[in-house]
Design a protein around this ligand. Sequence first.
Ligand code: ATP
Ligand code: MG
Length: 570
Amino acid sequence: MSDYARERASFSWESVRAELDGLPGGRGLNIAYEALGRHVAKGHGDQTAIIWLGKRGERREVTYADLDSLTNQFANLLANQGVEAGDRVYSLAGRIPELYVCALGALKHRAIFCPLFSAFGPEPVAERLNLGEARVLFTTERLYKRRIAGIRDRIPTLEHVILLADPKKPDKPEGTVDWAEAMGDASLEYEIGATGPDTPALLHFTSGTTGTPKGAYHVHEAVLTHYATGKLALDMHPSDIYWCTADPGWVTGTSYGISAPLANRVTMIIDEAEFDPKRWYQILEEEKVQVWYTAPTAIRMLMKTGPELPQSKDLSALRFMGSVGEPLNPQAVIWGQEVFGMPFHDNWWQTETGGIMIANYASMDVKPGSMGRPMPGITAGIVREGDDGRLREVDDPSKDGELALRPDWPSVFRGYWNNKERYDACFRDGWYLSGDLARRDEDGYYWFVGRSDDVIKSAGHLIGPFEVESVMMKHPAVAEVGVIGKPDPVAGTIIKAFVSLQSGHEWTEELHRELIGFGRKNLGTAAPREIDFVESLPKTRSGKIMRRLLKARELGLPEGDTSTLEGGDS
Ligand code: ATP
Ligand code: MG
């Protein structure tokens, strides 16, 4: 996008639709066809779709034509099992190529694909399989034995388990379908059935940052948003080398780890391994990554390891760096500029929105700390309840309110699975309410204040934890900060910060005093009154700081749903 204002003025979802192909014979829009079939039909079958990097140093390339055939096979495999359109096909697997085959094959078959994060233990897995009434599960033999075998009889709807088994081990678990065998029996040709604009496609559980995860579902039409945001907000161009570091167990890893990149015909990197600074810089250099989409937690961890490593690499292929999932501290944007010669471009969205809603675009000046401006085609607003009880837009740039969106874009969720009440409660007076608080400045840039659950009311003021955290991050000893409001008999509520330190720093009484002073000098009444040292902050497996957990622990209250807690005994 070269000019934000012009693009916004001329944008329409119909023109995006015209850039996509639709199923042959005018039979609608199917995510998997836009991702694969249409490129093959246009002669791009030989282009590499996926470069897969295995944990043990393996490297595999899969072309668009091969991925199209493999996913045809998987769609046929489902048909052979009697699986029907609308049935829920779950996956529980690491980032292996078969997971992507399962996702796109299920979409071709018009089943609803629901990815689960592979580190979930048996309980969260059982809960999610039951919530979405799973009929099919794709998993590996190892994960089946550890996570599924013991709970299978508690999931009455689950009929088919397709297992990627170790060919060297002859004994397959009972009641499972062998991937290799069933794929071998399945034809390479598959005709995708008519796919209406409201045909359900994806079911995603939210991160569980604020409570029990919700299962939001999306329709095939969502590919319009995936495609347009991939192109406009993440600057994808056909044949780019693109790397989204998110796991498909979270919505980012599906919308921007499968649908958007393939619909834009890029070559995508899939790294099976977990975060590791050395490995990541090596991938960026060796694979000549051009567009990189990652998350604040990872960026902060890279910052923690220092600038020497990236500066020793040739990262000249890199053209665009994006970030999502949590507020991106201004410090991190500036660090990007210093170390990579370009800023990280923050963007904002949620599982419910299905795609990027607010972003810093390549052509636009980045204001460090801001989430950017609404996507063309998206009407956003900051709203508050007026005297008449109706929502009103806040125009004053100094005032915050709830970030709301007009729910008329293609990837807006169409429901929380089996929870109509909770879904209905998200919509009011023609707005979708995000549950996040934000401000909009004179230039139309949005600034994140905090989740409404995390915002602190102290001494008559509303204080967003992000602002306090970002200021404390400026201190050279601080690596990460989580801030909560703590009830206080005298002051009502005080601000308490939990900090982890940059490598090379030690927690001493002196540093403690220094940080208290640093806060007071830079934040005044919004300064943390108490600061505790922590080795690391509690986070969801998708990398979000769980402030509700910091608070529960501080106050000795029940921890609530911890199924997505990183390192937790799930
Ligand atoms: P749950 O709804 O279960 O509590 P969650 O809201 O963390 O979990 P997601 O849908 O994965 O689940 O995350 C969306 C939320 O992440 C947003 O509502 C917002 O609070 C936060 N977020 C995402 N991107 C940004 C960003 N760029 N800046 C600030 N916050 C962000
Ligand atoms: Mg949420």
